[in-house]
Design a binder for this molecule. Structure first.
Ligand SMILES: *Cc1c(COP(=O)(O)O)cnc(C)c1O
Length: 364
């Protein structure tokens, strides 16, 4: 028998600890993907996703893919052969968008930002006179930065706006329709408090009309996926076998979030992030992300000079069963990333992380 790992406090960039309602639902009996009970579950899940996305889009569904699969779906349905994609890059996931868009055949206009800074909407909007798409990450998990998607939506003109909401959905304010998001993708394992494996995805009517009609991906073709959830016409067509267990987990988490109240859940995330950031500064640590653009759900903090980042992370894991994340790329050894997501976004988590980190810094 392989060893069963002890449970962890997951304060990394993801997955977060899951809502107990979500993990309980993973143990529901496995039922058929065409069972009326499951069809109702999928309908309720899509409805709940509309609420957390802030959208009325008929084509809002849990893609059977991780967040990166959602990113692929966003680009493969909107760009091909020489279509111009303006991509804001202020971290790892913006970079990944460029690569995905390139592979879809797009001509990528990359607008780079210093890591730690939010997306500069003016610069992004001025980068090309008439792009097919403009893309940006709402909450850049690699650097702990929140960007203003509404400003891009207001100035997008004819372009379609693609937004990555993986680390904001279910935890931070997200208003897809109001902000002008045409194609949005997310993930379940961050603020939604569900294990990884699904990508909440939404497509506006405008984007659907202007989609690539014969995209290079069959599986991620939004034209076919609309039938999978019975969007628009209500007629369902077999597309692939729905991951019934994962969708039960997502439905339960959405119920849990909406029962608490989306506004209350967002306030809880904001309060936890703000308290953590204040506590770290009180300890004399320096935050990495620019002031005014700090992500509540994921805090980046500089490793103090002379401190061995990996030793501190190992100490936390060994003594507190607690995971925090390292930095990304050139910041691997100089930045920590601490998540306050889903059920972790709570005052007790802040106390626990700050106390554990103090001890680790003294002993590691
Ligand atoms: C985690 C993350 C992704 C990728 O999601 P996976 O589920 O790991 O494929 C994409 N974008 C952002 C901002 C993320 O934080």
């Amino acid at each position: 028998m392989p060893a069963i790992l002890t449970s962890r406090f997951l304060f990394g960039p993801g997955p977060s600890n899951c809502y107990p309602e979500a993990t309980a639902a993973l143990a529901y009996p496995v039922i058929g993907h065409l069972d009326p009970v499951f069809i109702e579950r999928l309908d309720r899940t899509c409805a709940g996703l509309r609420t957390v996305w802030g959208t009325a889009n008929a084509r809002t569904l849990p893609l059977s893919a991780t967040g990166s699969g959602g990113m692929e779906a966003a680009f493969v349905n909107t760009v091909s052969n020489g279509d111009v994609a303006v991509v804001a890059v202020n971290g790892l996931f913006g970079e990944r968008m460029c690569e995905v868009a390139r592979r879809c055949g797009a001509t990528v206009v990359r607008v780079d930002h210093e890591w730690g800074q939010p997306v500069d909407a003016e610069r992004v909007l001025a980068a090309h006179p008439n792009p097919k798409v403009i893309a940006a990450v709402h909450a850049e998990t690699s650097v702990g930065v929140l960007s203003d998607i509404a400003a891009l939506g207001a100035g997008k003109g004819d372009a379609l706006l693609i937004a990555d909401a993986v680390t904001s959905i279910g935890g931070l304010e997200l208003l897809a329709d109001e902000w002008g998001i045409d194609v949005g993708y997310a993930g379940t394992q961050k603020c939604l408090g569900v294990p990884p494996g699904l990508s909440p995805f939404t497509v506006s009517e405008r984007a659907f009309e202007r989609r690539i009609k014969d995209p290079r991906s069959w599986y991620l073709d939004i034209g076919l996926l609309g039938g999978y959830v019975g969007a628009a016409s209500g007629a369902r067509t077999y597309h692939h076998t729905a991951p019934v267990t994962m969708i039960a987990g997502l439905e339960a988490a959405l119920d849990r979030i909406l029962a608490e109240g989306l506004g209350a859940v967002q306030a809880r995330h904001r309060a936890a992030g703000t308290a953590l950031q204040a506590g770290l500064q009180e300890m004399g640590l320096e935050l990495f992300a620019a002031e005014g653009a700090r992500l509540p759900s994921l805090t980046t903090v500089r490793v103090p000079d002379g401190v061995d980042s990996a030793a501190v992370r190992s100490y936390l894991l060994e003594h507190f069963s607690m995971e925090i994340g390292s930095g990304v790329r050139e910041f691997t050894d100089t930045v920590w990333r601490i998540g306050m997501m889903g059920p972790n976004a709570a005052p007790a988590s802040v106390t626990l992380v700050l106390g554990a980190l103090k001890e680790a810094l003294a002993h590691a």
